[in-house]
Design a protein. Structure first.
Length: 150
């Protein structure tokens, strides 16, 4: 239950941020999680502003959905802020549906790096649209210098 509460809190903080950040503009919504399997499921609704010239969700927004989902999973599991170290996305089908379900899973917990994989589905059809892998690093705030350090 602690893991679920942390996921919900992270997503609530993203949605309530009025700073115009991409992650809150995408309006991620909690679906479910499994702390034993280290999996989180998050829903993203399609918005008109996300579309490219062909009427599909822009690849950069797809990347941001995957990154936000995996980052939320890592932060909730570690109970610590993280930063994306790398991100790889494989686009399988265009995102043309109305709602998308992103399932993120921690595949490796190292001392300095957390590795995740994610799968994006069209929620209505269940079709796999994209996959992603990423490494995240815990972020350490150096208060005396006012900079981020890892």
């Amino acid at each position: 239950m602690e893991y679920e509460n942390r996921v919900r809190e992270i997503l609530e903080n993203l949605r309530n941020n009025s700073g115009g950040m991409l992650s809150n503009m995408m309006d991620p919504k909690y679906v479910s999680c499994d702390s034993e399997k280290k999996i989180t499921r998050i829903r993203f609704h399609r918005f008109k502003w996300e579309e490219n010239g062909r009427g599909e969700v822009h690849g950069g927004v797809v990347s941001a959905m995957l990154d936000t989902s995996m980052g939320t999973t890592a932060m909730a599991f570690l109970n610590h802020d993280v930063s994306t170290a790398d991100l790889s996305v494989t686009y399988i089908r265009p995102f043309t549906g109305r709602d998308f379900l992103i399932e993120s899973e921690i595949t490796h917990l190292g001392r300095r790096v957390v590795r995740l994989q994610a799968r994006a589905y069209d929620e209505e059809t269940g079709k796999l649209l994209a996959t992603s892998t990423s490494n995240f690093m815990p972020v350490i705030y150096e208060k005396h210098q006012g900079v981020l350090g890892v």
